[in-house]
Design a protein around this ligand. Structure first.
Ligand code: SAM
Ligand code: CA
Length: 278
């Protein structure tokens, strides 16, 4: 029988839905102090929280975007990126270079049946939808439908909305349903996990059963703004500190899981690719 923790997880993680939403709102809407003059003067320091790169300098990251990413970015992705830039929670969006990476990866593995946990306004979802064949499928989940609907007109205009099955609500119960159903075991070519970091291990327990042997799971933000290697007294933003221990725990556990072969990539905020081997 499931223990208390499991029962709580069925309601959508360590918190129930209302608590999840409240925590998100609080974390995302809390004004952080401006960096001090001294911090601003540090050479090469990324000034913005949620900077979309762990590279050595902002200039190098800008170079990559301008030279190799933006010129080939599909028009609808550009439109969705610009639309999202005006949203108050835009810090959550997938960066353009990571979108490009996901698109290439999905084509290389010939992905057809995929899942996304954590949609927000849909930048990674659109990257996926554009990369899949016309009969490809994405089961997409988010507790927030409003943000998904913000990006939906762009996805529709791009002619790829028919590939998406969006489910509003916490992802864990949906995953449990799929597992209970039986016929979804080992059926997904690719699963992108980009939602509540405190549930990554709970997601992994389920996604590992649902992904094909030889298929891929991508866990996003596993370098957590660089905080995974920050000194203990480093000043961290509230939401970074809030999830840090969960990310650290997840990274250790996934590296020790014999069912997967992993690759930690410093793309975006860090993505851990897991290939299911058994
Ligand atoms: N992949 C998205 C993109 O490219 O813009 C970014 C996703 S954002 C980092 C995380 C999302 O996870 C938020 O939209 C949030 O509402 C959602 N989320 C948080 N807790 C969740 C849960 N328990 N189940 C499903 N989605 C959840
Ligand atoms: Ca992310």
């Amino acid at each position: 029988a499931p223990g208390l923790e499991e029962q709580q997880n069925h309601q959508g993680g360590h918190q129930n839905l209302q608590q999840s939403l409240a925590i998100y709102k609080d974390i995302l809407e809390t004004k952080e102090p401006e960096p001090t003059k001294e911090q601003q003067n540090q050479v090469g320091r990324h000034q913005e929280i949620g900077h979309k790169s762990l590279l050595q300098s902002d200039a190098l990251y800008q170079y990559i975007l301008e030279t190799s990413v933006y010129p080939g970015e599909p028009e609808p992705m550009k439109e969705l990126r610009e639309l999202t830039a005006n949203h108050p929670w835009n810090i959550m969006t997938t960066s353009a270079d990571e979108g490009q990476f996901l698109s290439m990866l999905l084509k290389l593995i010939n992905a057809k049946n995929t899942m996304e946990i954590g949609v927000y306004t849909g930048y990674s979802l659109l990257a996926t939808a554009l990369a899949l064949p016309d009969d490809g499928k994405i089961l997409a989940m988010d507790i927030n439908r409003e943000n998904y609907e913000l990006g939906l007109p762009v996805i529709e205009k791009a002619g790829v909305a028919h590939k998406i099955d969006f489910r509003e609500g916490p992802a864990l119960p949906v995953l449990d349903q799929l597992i209970q159903d039986g016929k979804y075991h080992g059926t997904f070519d690719f699963i992108f996990v980009d939602a509540d970091k405190d549930n990554y291990l709970n997601y992994h327990k389920r996604t590992i059963e649902l992904v094909k042997v030889g298929g891929l799971i991508g866990y996003d933000n596993t370098l957590w703004n660089g905080s995974v290697a920050a000194p203990p007294d480093a000043p961290l933003r509230k939401y970074v500190r809030f999830y840090l221990d969960y990310v650290l725990e997840f990274n250790k556990a996934i590296a020790a899981d014999p069912r997967v072969e992993i690759c930690q990539l410093p793309v975006g905020d860090g993505i851990t690719l897991c290939r299911r081997i058994s």
